[in-house]
Design a protein around this ligand. Structure first.
Ligand SMILES: *Cc1c(COP(=O)(O)O)cnc(C)c1O
Length: 223
């Protein structure tokens, strides 16, 4: 199936209120353009240099999301154009995003990454840390960022009950925070292998790569 066929099939399974981020990491510009020509406008990347090069080369009405682990010293390269940063996991990073947004006369939307998977290696903050973080006066003083929701990744497992539990706990936490944080609108959870489960648990933004573009070839140099 072609990229545009894949998108068409996927869109039939995705309700209108769920935003689809096409994860184009490692993929060539021509593949991205094929999706673009099939009306896709939101794309997600996880390497700074790759994202900067693609943004330069591709249509300017693409909304670029940064979905990977972001290093503080690299924020400046994407601050002029990035439309959503999915995986903020420290106050230091949020401060840097605010500073660079200010320099570009912008407000940058951010999601806080919540650690929901039991795997130790995953990045993210615990729910307790996030609640403290949101209450900090220093966080509330940042004028050029908007925390618009949460992002999480389930454990990479075939155990559907476990994935469902992890998504469910993230969703409950999101709804709790939403009550006291009016800017909370986005719950980014679900990838190609688990987006159905994520949507059932209340996700309204899914990040799909391989189900749109096919499997990634990791031997391609990407950054
Ligand atoms: C690569 C990636 C995806 C997409 O993964 P697929 O399994 O190809 O859909 C989604 N989210 C993040 C954070 C990623 O790094």
């Amino acid at each position: 199936m072609s990229i545009s066929d894949n998108l068409k099939t996927l869109r039939e399974q995705i309700p209108n209120y769920v935003e689809l981020v096409a994860v184009s990491k490692t993929k060539q510009n021509e593949d991205i353009l094929e999706a673009y020509n099939a009306s896709q406008r939101i794309f997600g990347e996880n390497k700074i240099q790759e994202l900067a090069e693609k943004q330069e080369a591709l249509p300017k009405d693409i909304e670029w999301h940064f979905i990977g682990h972001l290093q503080t010293n690299k924020v400046k390269y994407i601050a002029p154009f990035v439309s959503l940063i999915h995986a903020v996991d420290s106050f230091k990073l949020l401060q840097e995003i605010d500073k660079r947004a200010k320099q570009n006369n912008r407000t940058i939307d951010c999601l806080l990454q919540v650690k929901i998977a039991i795997e130790e290696s995953k990045f993210g903050l615990s729910p307790d840390e996030i609640e403290e973080f949101l209450l900090l006066e220093a966080t509330q003083k940042l004028t050029n960022i908007r925390i618009v929701g949460l992002m999480g990744m389930a454990t990479n497992t075939l155990d559907e009950a476990q994935i469902k539990n992890e998504f469910n706990s993230l969703s409950l936490f999101f709804n709790k925070l939403k009550n006291s944080n009016p800017s909370f609108q986005i719950l980014s959870m679900g990838m190609s292998g688990d987006f159905q489960l994520a949507m059932e648990q209340g996700s309204n933004m899914i990040r799909l790569g391989s189900s749109i573009f096919g499997a990634r070839n990791y031997s391609t140099p990407s950054s």
